[in-house]
Design a protein around this ligand. Structure first.
Ligand code: CU
Length: 627
């Protein structure tokens, strides 16, 4: 873990700025496009200083925070700190100054990189400067960070939380470097809670390159460009990072010290969600093939909440908010908006022709106690006027099964007392139908949130068979907890779809706060046994659409030992043959991920499908009875 925070620390120092100090330096936001220091004759010389300044993770004219940050000597402080970016083998000649009035600055990560045994803590007394020389090691995505020894413990999550910067080592100077972007994820928190769950009214900022949505950098690409991102998670919590509309290739995974860069000749890891554990990095490549507005965001819904303003004033509960733009006003934190433009005038996508028409009706779940604070909602799926499932409680959401290559029209009918939208998670479709309320679409043609009593017709033609998800993309925490989410399966032939052998296990958050220590499996915290037969083959489609717990572990055990299953697909994408291996039946999952496994039980007896919290405790289990 990258920063050991005293979770239970008392909160002494106020980092919130009720009275901005006149002389305080304003910290610049660093988009990590320009490498710091001076490169001359193969030697990078850089002068870094740690100082205090005022940082504005929201709009520049909104209240800020006093934090410690790094800057280059003679230049403004930056959050994240100055980007160190050199070619492999470059000599780095760094001078690091601790200009703080008191406390020893401990700097980590300013050393060779690429060697796991690298010991790298540099200690700098108040007022002192240390000189460091090293040769940059293996190419990869790394970072450096600082802590102040002797500062109050809660400073680590607040005043020291932005003492970090990206460190990228490129392949040797002769190789041509492909343009990329470096995104550092930070977390400033006044009062981290022991379970890591952060509410809207906590004083928290999850940031990407120093800004929280909707003030993160707007990204822009042309159709057909190649977009390369390096993601650095400097926080103490995992972030399942999800891209809308397109698969991305995971090119490397690292831990800050060592980076594993995958061979270009190897079959790619193609996903729509990649989980970055605390202190971890990854890099990704994707090609925006369709124009419009797309999101790249953390799928832990609590990391994309709009949190209270930094002046400390509270924000009202979701159902009391008067919202004109859901995406901008209800979301915050780890979200980036990506605008993709066409090189030529956009064609109007032909939407005529025959489409299979389905209606997804969002309703209040009358059999469950629905309150303003904890509403109970559900979906009913209708085809040709016939509901597929209309018995309350409407949990889980109905599994929607559509055919690969067949145009489908999904009309979302909103019978809720509040606005909603539905996102078709993992589906490669047109932006306008992507379901991010008040954001999806292009130019002036933006899909609004669906008002009560209104409806919205989404149209797409799913290009590949696999396991996908549908869920609201408006007030996600509230509406998903209310019961709104479900599995969306794309299959080669729906007429041959056999739910006895093709089994969805939808993991979602319970409706009631009092059930927080459980997970719903197909809508139940006490799911009935799954009945299987010896010698037959089953496809398990595990869908994680929980709103928090980004590190749950699912497993299938006989007594206490893991059984085995064959990995088939991730996020709806079939695995290449060499990765579709038989392996112990255990998988860590982040929100917004789907995994398909094949199970072929060889002997009768009871198995147990278990869902554990990352820290170990069992949340929910289900008997799998093999006869
Ligand atoms: Cu997150």
């Amino acid at each position: 873990m990258r920063r050991l925070i005293g979770w239970a620390a008392a909160f002494m120092a106020s980092s919130v700025l009720p009275h901005p100090r006149a002389a305080m330096e304003t910290i610049a936001v660093n988009d990590n496009r320009v490498a710091a220091g001076v490169l001359d004759a193969g030697i990078l010389t850089i002068h870094l200083e740690a100082r205090e300044g005022e940082w504005h993770p929201d709009r520049d004219d909104e209240p800020g925070l006093i934090v410690r940050a790094f800057g280059e000597k003679g230049k403004r402080l930056q959050v994240p700190g100055p980007l160190i970016r050199v070619a492999e083998g470059t000599e780095v000649h760094a001078f690091v100054s601790n200009t703080l009035a008191r406390g020893t600055l401990l700097v980590h990560g300013l050393s060779r990189r690429g060697v796991s045994s690298d010991s790298d803590t540099i200690s700098i007394a108040a007022g002192a400067t240390r000189e460091i020389r090293f040769l940059a090691g293996a190419p990869g995505t790394y970072y450096y960070w600082g802590t102040i020894d002797g500062a109050p413990t809660d400073d680590q999550s607040s005043r020291d939380a932005e003492l970090n910067g990206a460190f990228v080592v490129d392949p040797s100077a002769s190789a041509q470097r492909t343009p990329d972007r470096v995104f550092l994820i930070g977390l400033w928190s006044r009062n981290p809670e022991p379970n890591g769950l952060i509410g809207r009214n906590d004083l928290v900022r999850f940031t990407i390159n120093g800004k929280a949505w909707p003030n993160t950098e707007p990204l822009s690409y042309m159709v057909g460009d190649t977009a390369r991102f390096r993601i650095i998670n400097t926080t103490i919590v995992p972030h399942p990072m999800h891209l809308h509309g397109f698969y991305f290739k995971v090119d490397s995974r690292g831990n800050g010290t060592v980076d594993t860069v995958y061979d270009r000749a190897a079959p790619p890891f193609r996903v729509v969600t990649e989980r970055a554990a605390p202190g971890r990095t990854f890099s990704m490549t994707w090609v925006p093939e369709r124009a419009g507005n797309w999101m790249f965001h953390c799928h832990d819904n609590y990391h994309v909440l709009r949190n209270r303003p930094l002046d400390g004033s509270p924000i009202p509960a979701e159902h009391l908010m008067h919202v004109t733009n859901h995406a901008r006003e209800m979301m915050g934190g780890l979200v980036m908006g990506v605008e993709v433009r066409e090189r030529r005038a956009p064609e109007i996508v032909a939407q005529g022709g025959t489409r299979r028409a389905l209606r997804l009706v969002a309703r209040v779940d009358s059999a469950a106690a629905s309150t303003d604070i904890e509403p109970a909602y559900g979906y009913v799926l209708e085809e040709r006027g016939k509901p597929s499932h209309a018995v309350s409680p409407f949990l889980p959401g109905p599994t929607i099964v559509v055919k690969r290559g067949e145009p489908v029209s999904l009309t979302v009918v909103n019978q809720l007392p509040e606005r909603t939208s539905v996102h078709w998670h993992g589906i490669e479709l047109e932006s306008y139908f992507d379901g991010v309320a008040d954001f999806a679409g292009a130019g002036a043609h933006i899909a609004p949130a669906i008002a009560p009593g209104d409806s919205f017709e989404a149209r797409f033609t799913p290009p590949r068979s696999g396991t996908f998800i549908y869920h609201p993309h408006a007030d996600e925490v509230r509406q998903q907890q209310a019961g709104l989410s479900g599995a969306l399966l794309v299959v080669d032939d729906p007429a041959r779809f056999d739910p006895q052998h093709d089994i969805v296990l939808l993991l979602s958050v319970p409706r009631r706060e009092t059930d927080r220590d459980t997970v719903l499996v197909n809508g139940s915290k006490t799911p009935p046994p799954l009945e299987l037969r010896v010698g037959e083959r089953y496809r398990l489609r595990i869908v994680d659409i929980h709103t928090f717990r980004p590190s749950m572990i699912v497993s299938l055990r006989r007594d206490s030992s893991l059984t085995t299953w064959r990995a088939l697909a991730k996020d709806g994408m079939d695995l290449p043959a060499q990765r579709a291996t038989i392996r112990p039946a255990r998988q860590q999952m982040g929100n917004g991920e789907t995994y398909d496994f094949e199970l072929a039980p060889a002997a009768p007896g009871d198995l147990r499908f278990m869902i554990n919290a990352a820290a170990g405790p069992l949340l929910t289990s289900m008997i799998v009875r093999v006869r």
